[in-house]
Ligand binder design. Structure first.
Ligand SMILES: [Zn+2]
Length: 345
């Protein structure tokens, strides 16, 4: 019940086929990929499974340097190279904070904590014990992903419990020089999810709570995986984000967006549309596989990345992060809870 990655709603063999074990095949690119976003904020491509431009970490530089999101465990050496290039040495990093504990965001926390012995690890309280003892999280992930787990995410190493600081509904990270990162609990995608607002830049780190942004095409796709997705909770988190009036959104997948209001509105619309389509498929008596196919096809026209004239590589890499199968399964799992009983038909 309290497993962070319950596999119960997955058809494991289908998910493994869907995910496969291929990678982005670009592990040997020279040097770290760093983008200066201004205000001493630097985006780092953490290159999950070798893919470029799907998983971002961010360094906020200052007297108390802070890393937001580590990426996966195999990404940790890349992160170290990037921080070194930005002048942050082994003793310098003050804080590592993750928006939530899914492995594409926090899989490298244990390795990064070992590389930066002075860094405090900050996470929502509902995720904290899984970073101290990742065994249940990793066992759940293994059941979902099978052998692909090693290729996609590697292994989350434990973080010493005395280096973890748990966040409540709100919390603060001291960035030094009067600058803060304020955390705001934002469940819906995951029940251990926080958004993080930079007091100086106005940047809001949205994790996966607002979905997945595809910079190549400007698309926004929902991120509604099992087992935590909840429609009203997710929409409430988006309203909370709007009320914070951020100057910019920093997506973990992928990058900055300045058109804050339209993108948050689009995010709510995306989630609502996917729930509606999934609910229709369920009410029609479809099984999950057929529901995935139907929702995929009936949402296709919404995304430039999925049109015939688009580069199929872009669609493929974002399917890794926000796959239709995972999204529909997450909504299905939630519908099973809130609208129980055999589907009609
Ligand atoms: Zn993610």
């Amino acid at each position: 019940m309290d497993s962070p990655l319950s596999p119960s709603v997955w058809d494991n063999s289908r998910m493994r086929d869907d995910i496969a074990t291929s990678t982005g095949k670009s592990p040997d690119l020279a040097g770290p990929d760093i983008t200066d976003l201004g205000d001493d904020v630097f985006q780092i491509d953490t290159r999950m499974a070798g893919y470029q431009g799907i998983t971002a970490g961010y360094l906020i530089r200052g007297s108390r340097p802070c890393l937001v999101e580590t990426g996966t465990a195999p990404s940790a050496p890349l992160v170290r190279d990037a921080l070194a290039a930005l002048g942050v040495g082994a003793g310098d990093l003050a804080t590592v904070v993750v928006t939530h504990i899914h492995l594409d965001h926090a899989g490298g926390v244990g390795d990064v904590a070992a590389m930066y012995p002075a860094a405090e690890v900050v996470v929502h309280q509902k995720g904290a014990r899984h970073l101290a003892d990742p065994s249940r999280l990793m066992a759940s992930a293994r059941m979902v992903y099978g052998d692909a787990l090693d290729v996609l995410f590697g292994t989350l190493a434990p973080v010493p419990a005395d280096r973890i600081r748990s966040l409540d509904d709100v919390g603060t990270v001291d960035l030094g020089d009067g600058r803060r990162l304020d955390s705001h609990y934002s469940p819906g995608h995951a029940r251990h999810h926080v958004g993080l607002l930079d007091s100086r830049s106005g940047d809001l780190y949205v994790g996966d709570a607002a979905g997945v942004y595809i910079p190549d095409t400007g698309d926004l796709r929902p991120a509604t995986p099992p087992p935590d997705f909840d429609l009203s909770v997710a929409l409430e988190s988006l309203r909370k984000f709007s009320a914070l009036r951020p100057a910019r959104l920093l997506f973990s997948h992928y990058g900055p967006v300045s058109a804050v209001a339209p993108i948050l509105e689009r995010s709510a619309e995306e989630i609502t549309v996917w729930v509606s389509r999934t609910r229709e498929a369920r009410a029609a008596g479809m099984d999950l596989d057929h529901a995935v196919a139907m929702v995929r096809s009936r949402t296709l026209s919404r995304y430039a990345a999925l049109q015939d004239d688009a580069d199929p590589a872009i669609a493929a890499k974002f399917e890794r992060i926000s796959g239709a199968a995972a999204n529909v399964a997450g909504i299905w799992h939630w519908l099973d809870k809130v609208e129980p009983g055999p589907p009609a038909g």
